[in-house]
Design a protein around this ligand. Structure first.
Ligand code: FES
Length: 291
């Protein structure tokens, strides 16, 4: 399936947008009812605690287990020996892990909209279909019906590969869920970026420094410089006021410590870049952190 073909298929699947909107609103209501606990659960599923998205790590388990099970099925001579048992175990393991992968994917999907959300909906539907097929296969295996079970597994494997293709397209072609600050480094040497008088407590000054957007402000008098773009999806970190020394992204609510860049609330998982600062002859200078 080429990327072009995928785009053409997606343009025809007009049911994805209303379906996605319905599920999105339902999840939003659930989140609102759950209050801060729902927020903590979502951080857990997004992988904020891990400083890495959790979903791609978990998807490897069902993909690997189901692929391994299918290979064992193909090598099996149908005598109910060790290969059959190992294949059945792998199918079961894949089904269990797929539930976790689905939950983490749903948490990531909830913060997307437009064509990105539609693509995520297609990805989720195909992978849910794959899970249903492997669950059916597991049921058939438990009843001793190996031949149809292997056939259903093969169908499931085709579905999960199609779902994985779309997942890869989302990340590598569309840049969904990648750290927006992956290439932000800041100047190696002290570089003047603003007049000292421009940087005041209670507001932000945004500057273009090389290829990067940097925000400047004061916290308890100390001049601080940090990335101005949210690592999650590129939201502006200088639109909302500082709260408890934290930057607050208006798009999906991620929060970062101004001084350290540490993520304190997701869905972001990657820290915000921070820079060393000093004043020199009335100018504010910044550079990459030295430690
Ligand atoms: S862009 Fe999503 S939380 Fe900032």
């Amino acid at each position: 399936m080429t990327a072009d073909l995928l785009d053409r298929i997606m343009a025809r699947l007009t049911f994805l947008a209303p379906l996605g909107e319905f599920v999105h609103q339902w999840l939003a209501k659930l989140g609102a009812q759950g209050g801060s606990r729902a927020g903590q659960a979502k951080d857990l599923l997004n992988g904020t605690w891990l400083s890495h998205p959790l979903h791609p790590a978990l998807t490897d388990v069902p993909l690997g287990a189901w692929t391994g099970a299918t290979l064992l099925d193909l090598a099996d001579r149908g005598d109910g020996g060790g290969l059959s048992q190992a294949a059945d175990l792998m199918v079961g393991l894949g089904c269990l892990a797929a539930v976790g992968a689905a939950a983490t994917g749903l948490a990531d999907w909830q913060d997307r909209d437009g064509p990105e959300r539609d693509l995520g909906t297609a990805h989720a539907l195909i992978n849910t279909g794959a899970l249903a097929l492997f669950t059916t296969s597991l049921g058939l295996r438990l009843r001793g019906r190996r031949r149809p079970a292997v056939g259903v597994s093969l169908l499931g494997l085709g579905a999960v590969f199609a779902g994985a293709y779309i997942g890869g397209d989302m990340v590598f072609r569309r840049g969904i869920q990648v750290n927006r600050n992956a290439f932000v480094a800041g100047p190696k040497k002290w570089t003047a970026v603003a007049d000292e008088s421009e940087v005041v407590e209670g507001s932000f000054t945004r500057k273009q420094v090389g290829k990067n957007q940097v925000l400047l402000t004061r916290l308890k008098g100390e001049i601080c410089a940090a990335g101005a773009v949210c690592s999650h999806a590129g939201g502006p970190l200088d639109e909302l006021p500082l709260e408890d020394g934290q930057l607050h992204c208006p798009w999906h609510g991620s929060r970062f410590q101004l001084r350290s860049g540490q993520v304190t609330h997701g869905p972001a998982t990657a820290a915000n870049p921070v820079f060393d600062t000093r004043t020199n002859e009335g100018k504010v200078e910044i550079r990459q952190p030295q430690s």
